[in-house]
Structures are given as structure tokens and as C-alpha cells.
Design a protein around this ligand. Structure first.
Ligand SMILES: *Cc1c(COP(=O)(O)O)cnc(C)c1O
Length: 495
């Protein structure tokens, strides 16, 4: 950070005539290559930075050092499960035997890849307590949509066309109502009790023959286990609806209990959260969905099946809801998940949930002297504070999050879920050592004390980062993505 290259754009390092490459003379016969039409040819050279190779290497290396990731520090981003992604997963999914595959190859030439698909489908089914999985969806939200389409297909194939509503709790992740809307279902909200779980009395009057199902997250976004789940499952099934489980964050349950055993009919899992794929930059992802026995035929095409002769094949089902992805989804993410599951093995997978839960409760109990804990009791993998206890200096959750950056920690999730005004959602994950957690706890307490002794310093944080407080809204609505725009140049089509 404190070097003279920092903050300079590659264009500012440009010197006319300087080059960083040399290409051999083109010996190809260019005679029969298509001519570029005259009107499409450049009149002037493109305005590119003119730099030598060393400058380029330093520029990008320094820029990469400004990244924050799980590999550089503690990343307690609630609901996102930023757990460590073991490097062996990367090595395996980068093997040339995998990277050089093509999805249009005949089944007989990709038996190994199909076996990986098949085994991951089977492993997830066992972990979830469901009958069958598809790995086709590309993300959690995509899995939700596919799961809801499965739900709709099930009702429609039975000729039950009235079921056009889906119940979603007020604490749900934003993708839940969004996926329901994209699926053409009407969203009906069910309220939470003061303890943060679904209010069964509020649910009962909503249940009738227009309900396709309910979407639930368990533990919910507050990190609280829905204890009424057997009752809720009974009520929803009695009215003819299905139970959908948002299993984006399966971490707390891994090896402890199974959504299928709780009465859920359909679920999705985020491989990129629970099964260890780097996902900080918005991808790549994979959101497999699983269904209970009786719903398998509605899963999307294509499917991977094992024949009686022990061969693996890509298959199509005539009752399927159709296709939701090109080919079989995100193979590289599936490979990482497979490597992760096999590395842990059956015995160690069982330790993920208990350790994630232990770490979250340790941090929660250690910090509730300084931060407002709106819901007491044991949490699962994550928990939510409602800002600082001492609100006399109006230091907000945003200020605390910004100040954490000065101390080298990633900020927790803030202002979600929207049940509390100053929500601060922390998920330490199972990987972190007690030393790291203790360091984080000490810094969080220090910030709470600074909020009283020197509130202005907290409110103006961060002080040590490459950039200070950004206008997130402006950055999202009017992003400046070219150098010409930054110089307030009118970008020309030559650039
Ligand atoms: C992350 C998350 C999702 C959405 O997953 P994407 O892969 O980002 O689409 C859905 N529900 C919950 C509870 C989540 O945490």
C-alpha cells in the first residue's frame, strides 16, 4: 500500500512509445483471411497505456494486494459463509483432464466426469435426507427458482391449478420473494415472533387451497433454529402445500440433522457457501436442488443416471419441468465440492455444524456486554446484534463496520435482516482458530469503547484503507468504468 505505485492508474504510468511485448513475424499466409471492411477499420491507434512488462507486473501485483479475501484475513460476513477454501480443491478442478472436457462429448468419453456428478448427487441426497439431487442450477437464487418451478410442476401435473401463492417469512433472504415472483407466484408474508421464529398463529389463517407451499430457512437468517418445524410441516402438508428449504447456509446443520427428516420436500444448497468454492466476487456458483421421493421426475433436464451395467449416462425425463441451464451446470464448482466432501470424509463432515455453532456462540457471548443482543439464547452458525448497547453517541452499525476495516478485519453483514434498525450479522465459520476469534472480540470491544471516548474518529473511519467512505449508491448507479470518463472526457468510439 505504501509504495509509489499505489493509487496510480495504468494509464498514468504510460510513456509514449514504450512497449512490453515483442511478437514474432507472422509467417502465416494471410491471403485467404477475410478482409475487414473499410468502414470498420480504425482510423487511429487505440488509446491504450504504453508500458513495459515490469510496470504492468508491479501495477497488477500491487492492485491484487489491495484485495481482501478469506486468504488474507478474518471475514465474518453473515449469511455468506466465507469459509476457507482448501487449495487442493483448486488443484483438482484445474487438472487438464477436467478443464479440457467439452459438454458435447459423447457420454462414453466422459464417464469419469459423469461419475463425479453422480457421486455428488448421491452425497448431497444423503447429507440432506432427500431422494434425489440435480446439480444444474448456477446459484442459490437459481436453485430457489428451480425448486419453486418443481413445486409448480408438481401441482400442475396433478391438475391443481389454484395454487398460485407461496408463503415467505419476513426474515427471509431477499432472493426468496424475488424467486417466487420470477416463478409467477404471489408472495404472502408470514410474521416472526419476538423470539425471531415463524409465528405459527400468524401462519394458520394463511393456509388454504391456493397455497403452493412455504419457503423457509432453518436456522433462519437470525441464526435461530425453527423449533416449531414439525408443527409447521404438518399444517402446510395438511393444506396440500409443499415445504421448500433455503439451504444456502447448510453449514450449521452439516452432519447434525437433515432437512428431509424435518419434513421438507424440496431444497437448494449453495455449493459455493457450504461446500467451499471461492465466491467473494459474485461467482462462480452452484445451487443444486434436492427433492423427496415422489418428486424426482419433475427435476430439470438433463439428468445424470447410472445404468444397471454401472455406466453413467446423461438422460432426459419426459415429466421434467424442462431445462434451466446449458448442459449440466457448473462442473468446476461441483468438482470442488466433491474434493471438499471427500477430504473431510463422513466422520469429519459431522464436525462442521457443531464447530460453526460453537464459534458463533463464543463470539456472541463474548460481545453481548458491548453490543445489543436482541434475541438471547443459543444461536447456530451466525447471530445478529442490534448495534451498540451505548447509543448515546449515535455511532451506528455502519461506523463500526468501517472502523473494523482499519483493524484489518472484513466487516460483518450490516442492515440485514431488516428486523432490526442497526443489524450487525456475524458468522465466524468453523475454520477460525480461538486466537483469531479472540483478536476479533478484543477489537470489537475496543471499537465499542472508542465509540464513547472518541466517536468522531469512529464516525470518520476508515482511516488506513486505500479509499475512505465511498458513496455506494452513486457508485452503483453511475459507475465510472473507463479512464476517459474519469478524466471527464467524452469517451470517443476510438477509445
Ligand atoms: C446467499 C443466500 C441465497 C442466495 O444465493 P446466491 O448464490 O447468492 O444466489 C439465498 N438464501 C440465503 C439464506 C443466502 O444466504
Amino acid at each position: 500500500m505504501n509504495n509509489r505505485y499505489y493509487g496510480k492508474l495504468i494509464f498514468e504510468l504510460s510513456k509514449p512509445g514504450r512497449v512490453g511485448y515483442s511478437l514474432p513475424y507472422n509467417h502465416c499466409d494471410t491471403h485467404h483471411l477475410a478482409e475487414i471492411p473499410e468502414q470498420l477499420k480504425r482510423k487511429q491507434a487505440a488509446k491504450l497505456p504504453e508500458v513495459d512488462e515490469l510496470t504492468v507486473v508491479r501495477h497488477y501485483t500491487n492492485m491484487s494486494n489491495n484485495n481482501f479475501g478469506v486468504d488474507t484475513g478474518f471475514y465474518p460476513l453473515g449469511s455468506c459463509t466465507m469459509k476457507y477454501n482448501p487449495k487442493i480443491n483448486e488443484e483438482i478442478c484445474n487438472l487438464p483432464e477436467f478443464t479440457s472436457l467439452h459438454p458435447l462429448q459423447p457420454d462414453c468419453t466422459i464417464q469419469g466426469a459423469l461419475e463425479v456428478y453422480y457421486n455428488v448427487q448421491k452425497s448431497l441426497a444423503e447429507i440432506a435426507g432427500l431422494s434425489e439431487f440435480t446439480l444444474n442450477p448456477f446459484a442459490g437464487a437459481h436453485g430457489e427458482l428451480t425448486g419453486l418451478m418443481t413445486m409448480r410442476t408438481y401441482h400442475m401435473k396433478r391438475g391443481d391449478l389454484k395454487r398460485t401463492k407461496v408463503i415467505v417469512p419476513d426474515s427471509a433472504h431477499g432472493t426468496n420473494p424475488a424467486s417466487a415472483a420470477v416463478c409467477g407466484l404471489e408472495v404472502v408474508e408470514v410474521k416472526s415472533t419476538p423470539e425471531g421464529t415463524i409465528d405459527v398463529d400468524d401462519l394458520k389463517p394463511l393456509l388454504d387451497d391456493t397455497i403452493a407451499g412455504i419457503m423457509m430457512t432453518n436456522p433462519n437468517t437470525l441464526g435461530i433454529f425453527e423449533k416449531e418445524i414439525p408443527e409447521i410441516a404438518k399444517l402446510v402438508h395438511a393444506c396440500g402445500g409443499l415445504l421448500y428449504y433455503d439451504g444456502a447456509n447448510l453449514n450449521p446443520l452439516l452432519g447434525k440433522c437433515r432437512p428431509g427428516d424435518m419434513g421438507f420436500d424440496i431444497m437448494h444448497i449453495n455449493l459455493h457457501k457450504t461446500f467451499s468454492t471461492p465466491h467473494g466476487g459474485g461467482g462462480p456458483g452452484s445451487g443444486p436442488i434436492g427433492v423427496r421421493a415422489g418428486l424426482e421426475e419433475y427435476l430439470p433436464n438433463p439428468r445424470v443416471r447410472k445404468t444397471n451395467e454401472g455406466k453413467f449416462m446423461v438422460d432426459f425425463d419426459k415429466n421434467s419441468l424442462g431445462s434451466i441451464s446449458g448442459f449440466l451446470g457448473n462442473f468446476a464448482v461441483v468438482l470442488r465440492a466433491y474434493a471438499y466432501i471427500l477430504t473431510l470424509g463422513k466422520e469429519n463432515v459431522k464436525m462442521v455444524g457443531p464447530l460453526a455453532t460453537l464459534n458463533a456462540n463464543y463470539v456472541k457471548e463474548s460481545l453481548k456486554s458491548h453490543y445489543l443482543l436482541p434475541i438471547e439464547g443459543i444461536c447456530k452458525h451466525e447471530f445478529v446484534f442490534d448495534g451498540l448497547i451505548d447509543k448515546s453517541t449515535d455511532v451506528t452499525t455502519l461506523d463500526v463496520a468501517k472502523r473494523l476495516l482499519d483493524y484489518g478485519f472484513h466487516a460483518p453483514t450490516i442492515y440485514f435482516p431488516m428486523l432490526f434498525h442497526q443489524a450487525l450479522m456475524i458468522e465466524p465459520t468453523e475454520n477460525e482458530s480461538k486466537e483469531t476469534l479472540d483478536e476479533f472480540i478484543a477489537i470489537m470491544k475496543k471499537i465499542a469503547e472508542e465509540a464513547i471516548s472518541d466517536p468522531d474518529n469512529v464516525k470518520s473511519a476508515p482511516h488506513n484503507t486505500p479509499v475512505r467512505r465511498l458513496d455506494d449508491t452513486l457508485a452503483a448507479k453511475h459507475p465510472i468504468v473507463t479512464y476517459a470518463e474519469m478524466l471527464n472526457d467524452t469517451p470517443s468510439d476510438e477509445a
